[in-house]
Design a protein around this ligand. Structure first.
Ligand code: SF4
Length: 265
């Protein structure tokens, strides 16, 4: 069975002409849609024939979910090697009983020695994987206070277009049709309004992980000008999380915001 595990692998199989015959704006958007199970490989008329043939055997989404489960299990195993008391300051965490307490989006998440994560909030792989990765990968130290888009992070160039498509554009579309989104983000996720960082009608900062703040700037549509949205990371984010985990964190947040926007109508 063909093994397709991430959007970039799918992107490599495409002619990358952005012809839009799949009814999506680009081959990158198509790759992300396949991963999400919204499109099948065969929906691109130009994908390699042998790939189409194997497509019937492959449930890409299922494979992706399996990989995430495996990844989560391997992270959980590695957590047992972490010295919680000595890691507390490095992570900006607290020790509660025998657990590590980490504040994510204003809520406490508790991690035990086996890597199990509990919280009063719903926990899901989109947050649990970056959280455990943060515990394992963060080198500690303060945030730099300098904001950069994903593509300008040290290793962000290759995945930058995919991040733009999957996270930035998706969040812009959500914001365009749900004007209360940012108020929800502030009230539900403990976001704070930011002033005078970049020109924007709305700027908010959220803390999905203690040393990984995220700045979201939104410019409303005006006259003939389209709306615009940008997502910025602290320039030192890769001191705390590898680029793939930062991508996963961004994608998980956007998915969560989408669910909230739909719920609030
Ligand atoms: S139809 Fe295929 S080549 Fe054209 S944009 Fe979609 S994925 Fe890319």
């Amino acid at each position: 069975m063909a093994r397709i595990s991430n959007p970039l692998e799918i992107y490599k199989l495409l002619p990358q002409t952005n012809c839009r015959e799949c009814y999506l704006p680009s081959c990158l958007a198509f790759s992300a849609a396949v991963i999400k199970g919204e499109k099948k490989l065969g929906d691109c008329p130009y994908i390699q024939t042998d790939t189409k043939k194997t497509e019937t055997e492959v449930n890409v989404r299922q494979h992706y979910d399996e990989q995430r489960t495996q990844h989560l299990e391997s992270l959980k195993k590695m957590i047992s090697t972490v010295d919680f008391p000595h890691s507390r300051d490095r992570l900006g965490a607290r020790i509660v009983g025998e657990k590590l307490a980490i504040t994510c989006l204003g809520k406490d998440f508790f991690v035990d020695r086996s890597g199990n994560v509990t919280s009063i909030c719903h926990t899901h792989a989109g947050l649990t994987i970056p959280l455990l990765s943060y515990i394992l990968q963060s080198k500690g130290g303060s945030v730099t206070g300098s904001w950069v888009p994903f593509r300008e992070l040290k290793n962000g160039t290759a995945m930058g277009p995919l991040f733009e498509q999957r996270c930035v554009k998706t969040l812009k579309n959500i914001a365009d049709s749900n004007t209360d989104l940012f108020e929800d983000i502030i009230s539900i996720f403990n976001g704070e309004k930011a002033e005078n960082i970049f020109p924007a009608d709305i700027s908010i900062i959220i803390h999905p992980l203690p040393r990984i703040p995220i700045l979201i700037c939104y410019l409303k549509a005006e006259d003939d000008l389209e709306s615009d949205l940008s997502i910025y990371f602290d320039s030192g984010a890769e001191n705390h999380l590898r680029i793939e985990s930062i991508f996963e964190l961004g994608a998980g947040l956007v998915m969560m915001f989408d669910k909230i926007a739909k719920k609030h109508g």
